[in-house]
Design a protein around this ligand. Structure first.
Ligand code: GLC
Length: 591
């Protein structure tokens, strides 16, 4: 690997083994039509809020760093690794839930929203983490699990205790169909849980069904009850007062259900759990969701520091995703699942989706990610089995050189891969047992962070069994090994993260796709005033040589200076052509 942002093209050409000027005729050109107006027209406040330039890093605390030798990661462990994160170049951490929880859904079943689960430490540990992170310029985002609680939450324990309990209506209770004194009848309708089976659970004590979109142990809150709003707004206040910078809101599309309980329409086939496929038509994306988002925003906006809301918004298309921005009064960063889930290296598809979100009608800031704790890691979903390292680096460029707020998942910077449990007996995530072997659950993407090549990967203490096994790939794909190798995936991330911060066009520039008909190459410009950066990604296994005619886009400049290239020979050759090896990525300043 040989690159630098200061080498003039003529010098660089020697190391690339080919030399000539980039000869695209770069005449000035009126470009009104091709200049995206997204940023300028934003309805949001200053346009310079921290989260517009931040890189968010998702930490699954259970798997990041164990500080006390129980085989489970914890808050002190995260604090110990803050210098690593600072050095990598990230700006904010999203912590998946750390509240007390029975752990059926590994923290997403919360029994107390205002405390820390002892597995992860104490409130002092949390305060210390926030303070130490702040010293390093790193912000903390909490997970706000709003659709449901644990069935062990005192609110639900009260709610299920009698039909007249004041908290009865905090959850969704309904009579069964055809119930008699001796029979529970049938569930109220055909709604299905995301995790398999009916979404209704019979409760013998009060002889009614309660509704749960997710596990049986995760009863849905009734967001039509004002007291629920009050209680949950109080949760926001508590954590804002503890110094967090915002929230990632969980499962937000599922907050409301059709009050008339219409049956959902069935779709062809069956899912991994053996249920008929169904369209969640009457339980997803009801319009009232937006009232809640406005309310959450209003609560956090009472605090200084431009708090941010990120939302899990696995919306079916850009129109639905766009609604999450509201009129600049809802969520600033709805996670773009369309882009995350392309699941193949397809230049036309990425081009289409990036263009769509870039021109979203709310002028909202895009939020990109490729891996998280619910999804198989990008290594497996985008790798072709032969060029996985090159593809991992290309994905890094796609994530970090595009305009928007990128969200990384711990270990993606190492090329961590999904490592499923070998046997059903080893599975932790309940859906993995229910769906085995078609769906092995989400353990595979939650394995311990790979800090070094030791048997425990530096995650826990020697001789301690980590809660999930260390993947075999940790022997070579780990922080200690990769930080010494200039060509590693880790060093590609580090360089790109640094470039994003220091290069004005990559930091702030509008994005314009170019060469829109190329089946293999996704290429775009980032422009900020006179500064222009060209990004070209060869999403195919073919060696490609491409001529970019930047004059069409009104770019004036006479040469390309590579800022980043993987593999290192990606670059220019005579007559304005750019050489792109299979899965090559080039980021170059146009000067
Ligand atoms: C979200 C979380 C997922 C959890 C589910 C139920 O999708 O990301 O991990 O299982 O909500 O809370």
């Amino acid at each position: 690997m040989h690159w630098t942002r200061t080498i003039p093209f003529s010098a660089l050409s020697l190391s690339l083994g080919a030399g000539a000027l980039f000869a695209a005729s770069l005449t000035a050109h009126a470009q009104a039509a091709s200049t995206p107006s997204a940023r300028q027209a934003s309805t949001e406040t200053s346009g310079n809020e921290w989260w517009r330039h931040a890189v968010i890093y998702e930490i699954y605390p259970r798997s990041f760093q164990d500080s006390n030798g129980d085989g489970i990661g914890d808050l002190k462990g995260v604090t110990e690794r803050l210098d690593y994160l600072k050095n990598l170049g990230i700006d904010a951490i999203w912590l998946t839930p750390i509240y007390p929880s029975p752990g059926v859904d590994y923290g997403y079943d919360i029994s107390n929203y205002t405390a820390i689960d002892p597995t992860y430490g104490t409130m002092d540990d949390f305060n210390n983490l926030v303070a130490e992170a702040k010293k390093r310029g790193i912000r903390i985002l909490m997970d706000y699990v709003i659709n449901h609680t644990s069935d062990q939450n005192p609110w639900f324990i009260e709610s299920r205790s009698s039909r007249t309990n004041p908290k009865r209506d905090w959850y969704i209770w309904r009579d069964g169909k055809g119930e008699t004194a001796t029979s529970k009848g049938q569930p109220p309708n055909n709604w299905q849980s995301w995790f398999g089976g009916s979404a209704w659970q019979w409760d013998e004590k009060t002889r009614q069904y309660y509704y749960h979109y997710f596990y049986v142990q995760q009863p849905d809150l009734n967001w039509r009850n004002p007291e629920v709003h009050k209680a949950m707004d109080g949760v926001l206040d508590l954590w804002m007062q503890r110094g967090v910078a915002g929230f990632r809101i969980d499962a937000v599309s599922r907050l409301f259900e059709d009050p008339n309980l219409h049956d959902d329409p069935y779709l062809p086939g069956r899912n991994a759990y053996g249920d008929r496929n169904i369209q969640h038509k009457y339980t997803d994306d009801l319009p009232e969701v937006h009232d809640v988002l406005k309310e959450v925003r209003a609560v956090v906006d009472r605090y200084p520091g431009d708090p941010v809301l990120v939302t899990e918004a696995d919306e079916p298309n850009v129109q639905a995703l766009t609604k999450m921005y509201g009129n600049g009064d809802e969520v600033q960063l709805p996670m773009d699942f369309q882009i995350a889930d392309v699941n193949e290296l397809s230049a036309p598809r990425f081009r289409e989706l990036f263009n769509q979100i870039e021109s979203n009608t709310a002028h909202g800031q895009p939020e990109f990610f490729f891996s998280n704790h619910d999804q198989r890691r990008q290594w497996d979903r985008y790798g072709d089995g032969k060029h996985n390292d090159e593809i991992a680096k290309l994905m890094a460029v796609l994530e970090l050189a595009t305009r928007g707020t990128p969200q990384m998942y711990y270990g993606e910077e190492l090329g961590m891969r999904t490592t499923d449990p070998a046997r059903i007996e080893d599975v932790h995530d309940p859906i993995g047992r229910r769906g085995w072997p078609k769906d092995k659950g989400r353990d595979g993407e939650r394995t311990p962070m790979q800090w070094n090549g030791q048997p425990d990967a530096g995650f826990t203490q020697a001789g301690v069994k980590p809660w999930l096994p260390i993947p075999p790939s940790a022997a070579t794909y780990n922080v200690a090994t990769e930080s010494k190798d200039p060509d590693s995936i880790y060093n590609a991330y580090k360089r790109l993260l640094s470039l994003r911060k220091t290069n004005p066009a990559l930091r702030d520039g509008v994005q314009t796709t170019i060469d829109n008909n190329d089946p293999d190459i996704f290429a775009f410009l980032r422009r900020d005033g006179d500064a222009t950066v060209l990004v070209a990604l060869n999403m195919s296994a073919k060696q490609r040589t491409v001529a970019f005619d930047l004059s069409k886009y009104g770019v004036s400049g006479t040469r390309l200076t590579p800022l980043y290239a993987s593999p290192s020979q990606a670059g220019m050759q005579p007559a304005g052509h750019v050489d792109l090896a299979p899965f090559a990525a080039l980021v170059a300043q146009v000067e």
